[in-house]
Design a protein around this ligand. Sequence first.
Ligand SMILES: NC(=[NH2+])NCCC[C@H](N)C(=O)O
Ligand SMILES: [Mn+2]
Ligand SMILES: [Mn+2]
Length: 301
Amino acid sequence: MNKIKQVSIVGVPMDLGQLRRGVDMGPSALRYAGLIEEIVRLGYQVKDAGDLVIEREATNPSEKGRLVNLNEVVSVNSELQEKVDRIHEDGVFPLILGGDHSVSIGSIAGIAKHYNNLGVIWYDAHPDLNTIETSPSGNIHGMPLAVNLGIGHPSLVNIGGYAPKIKPENLVIIGARSIDEGERELILEKGIKVYTMHEIDRLGMTTVMEETVEYLAEKTDGVHLSLDLDGVDPIYAPGVGTPVMGGITYRETHLALEMLAEANIITSADCVEINPILDNKNQTAEVATALISSLLGKKLL
Ligand SMILES: NC(=[NH2+])NCCC[C@H](N)C(=O)O
Ligand SMILES: [Mn+2]
Ligand SMILES: [Mn+2]
């Protein structure tokens, strides 16, 4: 957290990056779960920048081979980019609340310009490395990491007026277990560091995080954490639109985030894909709140 004791929250109540309604309620669910109070309790000065206003058309059907809601996703992320850029300029830790995972396009666009080598930890069941050519769905929430690497539709890739935002060697994906063929090819082609569930099972989360911190610390000057709640097993985080069984446990995720807090390398974060309609009495937002507390330094003792 680089001695920044201020956190600025931006909510992005947007569900346009995919087709299941409800993930637009993520910021409210997190606020109801007491996220802000919890961060205040940890000793931070919290500025709540409120939520972006999202305009959505009544219907916008998906067509294969087409980017669903492209123009809307571009305009929301452009606005988010500006907002996050300003927060960063003020020297405050930006915490972005999604919304579907396409909001990471705007959050990283606003952050990456402040670093020569921004590192990214993508904690997710999915690598989100699809392009229009490889996407099985046309949903932009399956593409943000590719976009951040400069691969994808120009109007997404150039948000913020520069590209790429991140370099493949500054990226670590943790928790992947649903990987499309085109994503697999891109991972191998770019040599992206991925800890799939297989490596997490084999090495244990302690080693995974020690290696991740070492890998990023030596070559990056800031690290963004993108926390997709579907990285966590759906037993603990059922309120997500694309759940995949066999995920990371609640305890392993706490450990991962506690280790990041200890390493003191995270300079910004987003928390995405919470869908309260699919949830069990706001459990997923409560889990996310507890996890973010660990990231921001909460300890058991
Ligand atoms: N952020 C997410 N939950 N992404 C899910 C992506 C699912 C699938 N790979 C797709 O491209 O449609
Ligand atoms: Mn994701
Ligand atoms: Mn995911």
